[in-house]
Design a protein around this ligand. Structure first.
Ligand code: SF4
Length: 291
């Protein structure tokens, strides 16, 4: 069971051999100078993103979806629960209500029953049914592909809108979720705490074409290695570049045990992950009730 994930870790380690060795033994916090110039900050931020691209070459949105409607619904459902739980719940939802018209006309109690595993299922039922009604009434049953229109939909904020734009419409967007906020502050890319201000400051460090992938890289790193309470610094491939190295476990063996999903040899969050993830040894998540 652990083979797939370990293969991924090994491939990464092989690619990054010199840096990874340093991580295991004596990485030290790489503090930027107090007066770091703008150019140095841009360089440093882009270098971390390039390293993360090597660590997660298969990074992708972790919600299963086949079309923009499914993605916007899944993203709304993902509030205060894991993408895994949403992915385990949406197959039954979309099998019964494949279009906004179907969901808008549904019996709320039946939708609540399906959404129960996602938590806050009454509120979420209201949100996705309201969202579906708005799509039917105002957009002919299609998800609009513009930020200004997306944020007018009930339950859709900027974060959800950027997820949809970036992943269903190929329009660059930065997703400032809890992982993104934590990591960019650990790396001293910004001191802001307000998500909109973080988004603006980070957007200015990268070309627009990098925004969507950057969001995936940072969020994947936050979910697998750079955790909120116990970051696995001793097993972190970007430790030599990190000003916050040492905030978490630095012992390589202990740190390894903190790794999650494919980096720890476990299944991922998607029941239907992209082929690149499977090719790299990642494993699909189990369906609801199977694990
Ligand atoms: S786990 Fe996080 S805090 Fe620790 S070295 Fe890696 S990026 Fe830095």
């Amino acid at each position: 069971m652990a083979d797939g994930g370990k293969t991924v870790v090994k491939q990464t380690a092989a690619k990054k051999a010199p840096a990874a060795k340093k991580v295991a033994s004596k990485a030290v916090a790489s503090k930027p100078p107090k007066t770091e110039s703008r150019t140095a900050l841009v360089r440093r931020a882009r270098r971390i993103n390039r390293e993360l691209a090597d660590v997660y070459p298969y990074a992708h949105p972790e919600l299963d979806f086949d079309n923009p409607f499914q993605l916007v619904v899944a993203t709304v459902l993902s509030a205060q629960t894991t993408d895994l739980r949403v992915n385990q719940t949406t197959p039954a939802l979309f099998a019964k209500y494949p279009t906004p018209e179907d969901l808008a006309a549904a019996n709320p109690e039946e939708v609540e029953e399906i959404l129960r595993p996602c938590g806050f299922f009454r509120a979420k039922t209201k949100s996705v049914m309201g969202l579906s009604k708005a799509l039917v009434e105002n957009y002919g049953g299609e998800v609009p592909g513009r930020l200004e229109e997306l944020v007018k939909l009930p339950g859709v904020g900027r974060k959800t809108a950027f997820v949809v734009l970036g992943n269903a419409f190929g329009r660059p967007g930065i997703t400032v979720d809890t992982h993104f906020q934590r990591l960019v502050r650990r790396w001293q890319w910004t001191e802001q705490t307000d998500p909109d201000k973080i988004e603006a400051e980070i957007a200015a460090l990268f070309p627009k074409s990098d925004w969507t992938d950057l969001s995936h890289h940072v969020i994947w790193h936050g979910r697998r290695i750079c955790h909120a309470r116990k970051p696995a610094c001793g097993a972190c491939p970007i430790a030599p570049l990190c000003p916050a190295y040492g905030e978490g476990e630095t012992d390589p063996e202990k740190a390894k045990k903190l790794l999650k999903y494919e980096k720890g040899g476990f299944p991922g969050q998607r029941l239907r992950p992209p082929q690149a993830y499977l090719d790299a040894g990642g494993k699909p998540a189990p369906p609801l009730g199977a694990g």
